[in-house]
Write a protein that binds this ligand. Structure first.
Ligand code: TRP
Ligand code: ZN
Length: 862
């Protein structure tokens, strides 16, 4: 590698050299030559006669200090250094940018003709010279000038002025009264359809709500609007937090690198996370939209009103806001289903990240490219760390902590320590050891042994915490472990222990600790790490019989799901180990499965989860070396047997149940279980042809997609026809086509790679659109292990070719899809060397982005 980008370290943090209280921005929009004029007063915090501002890919047009042209400055690729300046002065800096040529989707760019911005983390520096860091907080006044083809000219805060200009152009001026860092700045200009509504806050203020979507999409906006109102209400009720501006705007754009962005008063969303109707969106999409709309709204307090001191503190806002959106979804829907989602995200993706070369603590200490740290670790493990505090402090204590946090830090840019200190101080709890969760990476393993003493009626649980050798720091963590004991009849054993919280949580603080429970009349079966009370792996030798017992008598849906997951995992592992061609599922488990259907839980959606086997990624986490073929085969074989065991039940349910076509939880659950049933039945039964065809013709996207997925997964002879019909019906709607691309990419048959290569020429495909890339290539690399890990290396080549193509135009997107390569050391020699060769090839790309450099360098050199 030719140049070596520089890493930044948390330990080197320095406060900003100057203060800026207000910035005035003027944009004269034009695709090739947008002129940005920034005016702000800088006040030095220490004596200095120079200032260094961030700025990237800017053409500097003019620079004035206190109104006078200033010439004593130096410009580099990333900075503007101004010399010979007074302690305090007015700066006017004019820059020119070309939104039309900006393919990175960072800074100011065009999305299908609409101007929009993405500034987090460090995109503002592509707009003007400024302190592009989260600890410089200022109020903003923004004037946007555009021609008549851009009816809406939007920015943060309240509209304070607008009018016509001579040259056929018009302008709008916006004022955001709340101090914010540059990453929360936003500008949008374009032609949209607008959905309007309102919300009255609990103190009686009226807030105008607006959702801007591409022309023609108005009928797909109401679900996002309903979600927004629910989020506003929920935050008032659960967190006592009220919205603070008179207007809240959401804009949906088609070209976007992530899900959505919480810019103050002007969220910008990936259109995939806004648009939905029953015909185009699945029930899952509805759920995701609600949770993301909530997430961005909740940032208004956790992220915007109180923001991050520096980017190493990202989890301060993201971990906390994910926790809040998870609670929102759980309070409004099913807590168990949401918990299953969250745990799956950790087990499938976060554990893998923790075990690979990009492992980092939820508060990273070293970063080359900040965009690489919007990770499952910072977000999802970060949320688990917040959840552990919630477990330790209880809802009341936690809310007291939140209140103190806002009392102390509203309007400030703070650290993760500040948050934990507020939690500790508000409740008088010692969280000093707990803080280690912020600085240690890796997944702790809990090794548990138990012992029952008949004579003394004592039950002992010994727990040891083990930390992977790769972590430099090996200090024991403070781990809340929820447990429950079941007796032979499946009854919950009442336990008392002096150090137990709520009768269910013990706290592990030492490397190894023994907990003794008295007056236990018979040897109980322990349920350990209930509700996934800490982001750890559990090592405990459950017998199949014990797990079946738990799954029968579990006191909660989550515990039952977890026991079933462990049962499936056991079966699959045993099969992989035996190396046998066929394996037979344990008869105990088979009984349990039938029982699930004979005594159906009230929530049918949870039943669909019960009969879902763990995916390849979460299963492979427990292998030193991933046995690709054997694992794929074992999963297939287990699914086939489940299908056979439940054939009668699934058939009865599938053909005997109707939903009523609504998006109520009950209907969603019926569709989930019917889809799961069809998926299994398609594996064993030719008779489902009619059902597949009928369901594929449904006007409900959840059903339609369920039919196609079942057909493709079972390699059913109807699959091609159904897929081609779908293409014909939906090729006018790119978001719908993403579902189709993803299905093509998940096809386990050997034609998959050729299909993908030919789909690059499909009229709907576009490599410059991240949604398309993720649907087709992202899905292939993440969710089709059989074809991605082909021994001829063609799967690896496909991914590497695309990464290489995206390196220049969109480094962020290129860097996101490289993840499957990073764990190459976990595979056999042949696959390792194939993947390594691709990584080495990528490392030699000319102008390799910092994003890719950081990951490839770590993967190859760790
Ligand atoms: N802060 C955003 C969120 O969590 C995510 C985000 C960070 C983002 N960087 C981005 C979104 C770049 C789009 C593009 O909601
Ligand atoms: Zn967020």
């Amino acid at each position: 590698m030719t140049h070596k980008p520089q890493a930044k370290f948390l330990k080197d943090y320095q406060p900003p050299s100057h203060q800026v209280d207000h910035i005035d921005l003027k944009f004269d929009l034009s695709p090739q030559k947008t002129v940005v004029t920034a005016n702000y007063r800088l006040t030095a915090k220490n004596q200095t006669s120079t200032v260094v501002l961030d700025g990237v890919e800017l053409k500097l047009l003019s620079l004035k200090v206190n109104g006078e042209v200033h010439t004593d400055y130096q410009v580099t690729d990333t900075q503007l250094k101004i010399n010979d300046i007074p302690d305090t002065f007015e700066l006017e800096v004019q820059t020119e940018i070309a939104p039309e040529l900006n393919t990175s989707l960072e800074g100011l760019y065009l999305s299908d003709g609409a101007y929009c911005t993405q500034c987090e983390a460090e995109g503002f520096r592509k707009i003007t010279y400024f302190f592009d860091r989260p600890d410089v907080l200022a109020t903003y006044t923004v004037t946007v000038i555009g021609d008549s083809s851009l009816p809406y000219l939007l920015s943060n805060g309240n509209k304070v002025d607008s009018g016509q200009l001579e040259n056929g152009k018009h302008f709008v001026t916006w004022e955001d009264p709340f101090k914010k860092p540059s990453y929360l700045f936003a500008l949008v200009a374009g032609e949209f359809d607008l959905l309007e509504d309102g919300f009255k806050t609990k103190s009686g203020r009226d807030v105008k709500l607006q959702i801007f979507v591409d022309k023609g999409n108005l009928s797909k906006a109401p679900h996002a609007m309903e979600s927004l109102k629910k989020a506003m209400k929920w935050d008032e009720e659960r967190f006592d937090l009220e919205y603070d501006l008179d207007i809240y705007m959401i804009v949906a754009v088609d070209f976007f690198n992530m899900g959505a962005m919480e810019n103050k008063g002007l969220n910008v969303f990936n259109s995939a996370c806004v648009l939905a109707n029953q015909e185009t969106a699945t029930d899952r999409d509805y759920h995701i939209i609600e949770s993301i709309v909530g997430h961005e709204y909740f940032h208004n307090w956790t992220g915007n009103r109180v923001t991050c001191r520096d980017w190493f503190q990202l989890s301060l806002k993201e971990g906390l806001t994910v926790f809040r959106d998870q609670e929102f979804s759980s309070d409004l829907g099913s807590r168990a289903l949401n918990r299953i989602d969250a745990v799956n995200a950790i087990k499938t993706h976060q554990f893998a990240e923790d075990a690979g070369p990009m492992a980092h603590p939820i508060r990273p200490e070293k970063v080359i490219e900040m965009n690489n740290f919007y990770t499952v670790t910072v977000y999802n493990k970060g949320a688990e760390v917040i959840r552990m505090m919630h477990t330790l402090l209880g809802e009341q204590g936690f809310q007291k902590g939140m209140q103190l946090y806002f009392d102390r830090h509203d309007g400030q840019a703070v650290t993760c320590d500040d948050f934990v200190n507020a939690m500790a101080d508000a409740t008088g709890t010692d969280l000093s050891q707990f803080k280690l969760w912020y600085s240690q990476s890796g997944t702790p393993k809990l090794k548990v042994t138990t012992q029952y003493n008949v004579d003394q009626k004592q039950f002992q649980i010994e727990i040891e915490q083990l930390h992977a050798a790769q972590d430099p720091v090996q200090l024991p963590l403070h781990i809340p472990i929820a447990i429950e004991l079941l007796d032979a009849d499946g009854e919950r054993v009442e336990v008392t222990h002096p150090e137990m919280r709520d009768g269910r949580v013990i706290e592990l603080k030492d490397v190894k600790q023994r907990f003794v429970f008295e007056q236990i009349n018979e040897a109980p079966i322990p349920v350990l790490l209930e509700d996934f009370s800490a982001p750890c792996t559990l090592e405990f030798d459950y017998t199949t019989t014990q797990l079946c017992h738990i799954s029968k008598f579990a006191s909660s849906d989550y515990v039952r799901w977890e026991a079933l997951q462990q049962l499936y995992t056991q079966q699959i592992r045993a099969h992989v180990e035996s190396g046998a061609d066929k394996f037979e599922i344990s008869s105990d488990l088979s009984e349990v499965l039938k029982n699930l259907f004979e005594n159906k839980p009230e929530d049918l959606a949870i039943l669909a989860e019960y009969i879902t086997v763990p995916n390849f990624d979460s299963l492979s986490a427990s292998y030193e070396q991933v046995p690709v073929e054997a694992l794929c085969k074992a999963i297939d074989s287990l699914e086939l047997q489940i299908a056979q065991i439940l054939k009668v039940h699934l058939t009865a349910f599938y053909f005997g149940t109707q939903d009523s076509g609504s998006i109520s939880a009950g209907d969603v659950a019926i569709r989930a279980l019917k889809n799961k049933s069809l998926y299994y039945l398609a594996l064993i039964d030719e008779d489902v042809s009619e059902a597949l065809g009928k369901q594929a013709d449904s006007t409900n996207m959840t059903y339609k997609l369920g039919a196609l997925r079942s057909a493709i997964n079972a390699n059913h002879n109807l699959a091609d026809e159904l897929m081609s019909n779908f293409d014909k019906q939906w090729n006018h709607d790119l978001l719908v086509m993403d579902k189709w691309f993803a299905l093509q990419a998940s096809n386990k048959s050997d034609t998959c790679i050729d299909t993908i290569l030919s789909l690059f020429d499909h009229p709907c495909f576009d490599k410059s659109n991240p949604n398309r890339v993720r649907a087709l290539v992202g899905t292939f690399a993440r969710a089709n292990p059989k074809q991605f890990h082909r021994e001829d290396g063609t799967g690896y080549k496909l991914l590497a070719d695309l990464i290489s193509e995206l390196n220049q135009p969109n480094p962020q997107n290129a860097s996101r899809i490289i993840t499957p390569f990073l764990s190459f050391k976990r595979f056999d020699e042949q696959r390792q060397s194939l993947m390594r060769a691709q990584l080495e090839r990528l490392s030699r790309i000319e102008n390799l982005s910092d994003d890719l450099f950081e990951k490839i360098d770590k993967a190859l050199n760790l």
